[in-house]
Write a protein that binds this ligand. Structure first.
Ligand code: NAP
Length: 296
């Protein structure tokens, strides 16, 4: 059984991943409490003790606003921490998967979708951190997969972490009867977290390198919000709650979608974001009753 050490293992993605594969792999699940990746001595000690075959480096501060406000902390965790993990992985001959992000393309003047060959120009601290870490890690360890994820979505589960995502944010606005402003000029890949998880073990069979992973999405953010309403069975509330924010990104449309053909050529395939959204809503059996606003 492969021994996999995961950092940031209590996060939105990682906790669900380790639960999903718990019978196939031996996981050493760590988060801040067990292994603060900033503490290099501890990282070295931990890797020497457990000698994993594989490492999934998922730990990060992934909240863009926080990283912009506290670039010092973001750099320590997102860059220095990643370097600590990569050096320790190399020392014990473990193969490393580094989770990166579509956000490396945030500042590109040209519109996406972007392939692995395109030059990335981040314009947030978080995006810049991820790109810097990618470059540093490549110099440290050859047995490295860099996987850039699109934006993931999912719903709360008992004892599982949640992060901002389009489905949960839309759902909470609906429950609070709040208006949702969504731009028709914003385009991102949106991936159901379980589609990412189900595909994830295929990463270990890929040649080392950089890969874009996630669903392709031809809908703007505005269209996706409306699609969520339809998937929830409440199309009739779209006019009341969804506002087409035509101003946002009107001068410079935001398109940070990823081309995922490279991963696809190795058999890693995703449904498009619309289909994935319907599947997620269906799996959680969520229908909203119009008259009461309650979940049934
Ligand atoms: N969610 C997405 O849509 C998305 C998209 C692209 C890429 N990614 C990347 O995928 C990875 C997982 O994302 P996620 O959404 O699951 O994020 P998440 O829920 O925030 O998970 C990250 C985990 O890392 C932990 N962590 C923070 N600082 C740490 C430290 N110093 N040492 C050890 N652990 C630390 C966090 O703990 P605290 O919560 O206590 O801080 C959290 O449990 C991240 O690298 C993220 O950048 C995510």
């Amino acid at each position: 059984m492969k021994k996999i050490l995961i950092t940031g293992g209590k996060g939105f993605f990682s906790k669900r991943l380790t639960e999903f594969y718990k019978d196939q792999y031996e996981f050493i699940v760590t988060d801040k409490e067990e292994l603060d990746i900033v503490d290099n001595e501890k990282v070295e000690e931990f890797f020497t003790q457990y000698r994993p075959d594989y490492v999934i480096h998922a730990a990060a501060i992934a909240v863009t606003d926080f990283c912009n406000k506290r670039p010092d902390i973001a750099q320590k965790i997102n860059v220095d921490g990643a370097v600590n993990v990569a050096r320790a992985a190399k020392r014990v001959s473990a193969k490393l998967v580094f989770l990166s992000s579509e956000q490396v393309f945030n500042g590109n003047e040209n519109a996406g979708p972007f392939s692995e060959e395109d030059v990335a120009v981040p314009n947030t601290v978080y995006g810049a951190n991820k790109l810097e870490a990618e470059a540093l890690l490549k110099d440290i360890i050859d047995e490295l997969w860099i996987v850039r994820f699109t934006w993931m979505f999912g719903l709360p589960e008992r004892n599982n972490n949640m992060v901002n995502n389009i489905l949960w944010d839309t759902l909470t606005s609906i429950l609070k009867n709040e208006k949702i402003y969504a731009s028709p000029h914003e385009f991102r890949g949106m991936t159901y977290v379980y589609d990412m998880i189900e595909n994830f073990e295929k990463v270990f069979s890929l040649p080392f390198g950089t890969y874009h992973l996630g669903s392709i999405n031809n809908m703007s953010r505005y269209e996706m919000v409306k699609h969520i309403f339809s998937s929830l069975g409440i199309e009739e509330r779209i006019n009341e709650l969804v506002v087409e924010d035509t101003e946002k990104y009107s001068d410079n449309p935001r398109d940070i979608r990823l081309v995922t053909d490279k991963a696809k050529s190795y058999g890693i395939e995703f449904p498009d974001s619309g289909e994935a959204m319907r599947r997620c809503v269906e799996e959680y059996k969520i229908r909203l009753k119009q008259e009461s606003g309650l979940l049934v």
